[in-house]
Design a protein around this ligand. Sequence first.
Ligand code: GDP
Length: 440
Amino acid sequence: MFDNLSDKLDKAFHILKGHGKITEINVAETLKEVRRALLDADVNFKIAKDFTTRVKDKAIGENVLTTLQPGQLMVKLVKDELTELMGGDVAGINLSGNPTVILMSGLQGSGKTTFSGKLANYLKTKKNKKPLLVACDVYRPAAINQLHVVGDSIGIEVYSEPENKNPVEIALNGVKHAKANGFNVVIVDTAGRLAVDEEMMTEIANVHKALQPQETLFVVDSMTGQDAVNTAKAFNDRLNFDGVILTKLDGDTRGGAALTIKSVVNKPIKFVGTGEKMEAIDVFYPSRMADRILGMGDVVSLVERAQEQFDEEEARKLQKKIAKNEFGFDDFLTQIQQVKKMGNMKDLVGMIPGASKAMKDVEIEDDAFKHIEAIIYAMTPKERSKPSIIDVKRKNRIAKGSGTKIEQVNQLMKQFDQMSKMMKMMQGPGGKQMMKMMGK
Ligand code: GDP
């Protein structure tokens, strides 16, 4: 995410970190590099210039040259300013009203339908809501089907009227259906066009007027850079929407949209989409994003994700098994699957402070555990629970069965062995002490 911008900012700060004595010239040079980095990230000239002016004023105000670590202070000033630029505080979603009506707007292909599903799934699983999806795209029958497919995949009902060509009617009927059937959130997916046009704007404005939604969300593809900002402006002028959803942040996006949308339309980014799967949705936290852009990682999000997957009962069972020396490959598999649920590897690495930079040139496979899983699946239940019986003959069979090489099987066995030993050690008196020190 925003690798290029992160890289350039890192280089900009290098100027300050490298010098024994910092001069005004060094600071000015750094700020010039910061501005260049922002422009390269597709931030418009005025915003980039105002940004560096504000950082410079603060640096003068805080006497940056006389502080012990001017480099660090500058990083902090830039971080604060980035956070402000992206909206400052986190913006929640308004769930008042019964049902809460949420209207989705945006261009075709921006990820509206996908995000409607993600949001429904998020509200169902994280907020205990009972959402209904409503398909209001009257032009493309495929769009209605797509929403049904999405709804089916997450167990959420979809309301549609394939024969009806009036989106306002469908939307209102959808809300009626929700009221009559105990749904407390209605998410209305609308038709998009490839570019802003009057007909589409009038249509969405009519739906908006008739529905009077609690939340009108504008969905935009972050890969489109400055275009994203212009489209946001056009939609906001017409709908006065409540928040922005930035999709496709998992792609090779430069960051301009995330950095400038707030200051152009003065509406917060509420969620981001980070993949095609239904789970790839994140609440947008400006300060955490600033941390990530500056290569400081995002430990808070990482811990939160780990906690979401953490099952106390399972952990207790696991501890017992380790104590009794019964930790086997099935348990290992469960652990891997829990880590996988936390998100894709690239995303996770980006959350570890310093890791994105250190691993910049390492190709991280999205499915880094593919081989390990295949090897474990090729084992018999007995081999999984009692790995010590796996001899050379069995290893050969497992390698063949999993389409891997015997070296890979050996490597996994070795890793497993080391991990088991380490876990056993953690259980002992010394380990307990260590856990205490780590605040567990
Ligand atoms: P709509 O026309 O606005 O409803 O857009 P869709 O929901 O059909 O999305 C268009 C394409 O973008 C589809 O192929 C989606 O799978 C993909 N997509 C949507 N959101 C994301 C995202 O956050 N990341 C990635 N990589 N792809 C996405």
